[in-house]
Design a protein around this ligand. Sequence first.
Ligand code: C2O
Ligand code: CU
Length: 476
Amino acid sequence: MESSRRHFLACAGASVSGLLLHKNGYAAALDLFQGTPPAPTKIQALTRTLDINGKAATVLGLLQKNGTQGLETVVNQPFQVVLENKLTEPTAIHWHGLHPPNNEDGVPGVTQPVIRPNESSFFNFPVIPAGTHWMHSHEGFQEVRLLSAPLIVHDSAEQAADVQQVVVMFGDFSFTPPSEIYAKLRAPKKDMAAMGKMASKPDANDVNYDAYIANDRTLADPEVVRVEKSGRVRLRLINGSSGTNYFVDLGSLTGELIATDGMPVKPIRASRFPLAIAQRIDLMVQVPPSGGAFPILALREASSEQTGILLATAGAPIKRLPVQASTPTGLLTLDQESQLSAVTPLSPKPADQTSVLRLQGNMAKYQWMINDVVFNVNNPGAEKSQVRVKMGQRVALKFVNETPMSHPMHLHGHTFQVLEINGRPLQGPLRDTILVPGNASVTVAFDANNPGLWFVHCHIIWHLEAGMAALVKYEA
Ligand code: C2O
Ligand code: CU
């Protein structure tokens, strides 16, 4: 396995083990913080080859010249990135979690044009907010083909802490081209028997993928991260899947949840944490003094597949973990969400306006809607904006899910606070992506402080493509 992995890597001309937060990246980020003048970082969108359960998989990727995936930087520094398109198709990259000016948000047709093959685009804006974020294509189905990577924004306060940082990006992968997967989802459901079957299936997982991955590897050949006995580890976990929610499971360890979508929360302790599509969590864990090997798993929602990495102290025996767990999981809920509260909540004031976004679906046609509109994601500029806001307003968005399936709803360019779950008020966490479970309602609020035209959409890519999106438009 190891030699075939190396062979694939040689073919791809890039290193999958060059992930973030190996000493160099972090040291470089700290240098940056200490005032070394930053030079623009070049990131290339390119094709690479992974080894998925012993088979070569051609996927896309976002790599620096030295093979590092994605980017690490420091808050308030200029985000100076040259994005070079080495693909044979146009692309556009969205900085998920950052608050760039609207015209650098990377949404083709809404905020800027695509980057054509062999062309580059230069980005330059102050990096906010700090936290665990990610970057991914917003063009077509490229995100399904793994055109995504971590985007870690350090905070100056971290420097003092003697904590090892470990970034894990979870994903899902299929050998079937995404256009075929989508065509199958949209194929007319002719007979009533098929309809009945659809209606009675558990309301999760429109797509069964071939593999579930953590830092591009399955549990057949997982990444093993060396940790110290009694060491403290900050896990920065990203769900970069195109269609899979997970429960993060720490096994025998417990962890402290300290941030949601990069934003600090009052710590809560648990060993299992829901992680919906596009969300991030930061967990602090303590390695026991006796050492050992500790799987950090992501368990697929409402099924038994699992993926993950291992934290292991020197010499600890590593046991092979199955890609299928013995017991299936259930559906993600907001039970843990309702216990969370932001360290720095929004200032207390009532919303200047509340917009209701009704989430709807037509299963027979596989169409997804917001407020009865099937959004045309391929011509988004033509759509009427649904939420009109003014600079300086406190804006509440009430998501009312009229479907039995959950939807991870993401707002671009802003951070919101979760203020109500099923009619129950709370001073919840800050986020940019909230899971709205089937038939539930969730209200979030944000301060309108970043003018432009912003996407708000379901982050299940199949639902986005099939129309579950709207726009937030700033008016003069
Ligand atoms: Cu993470 Cu519109 O995207
Ligand atoms: Cu959805």
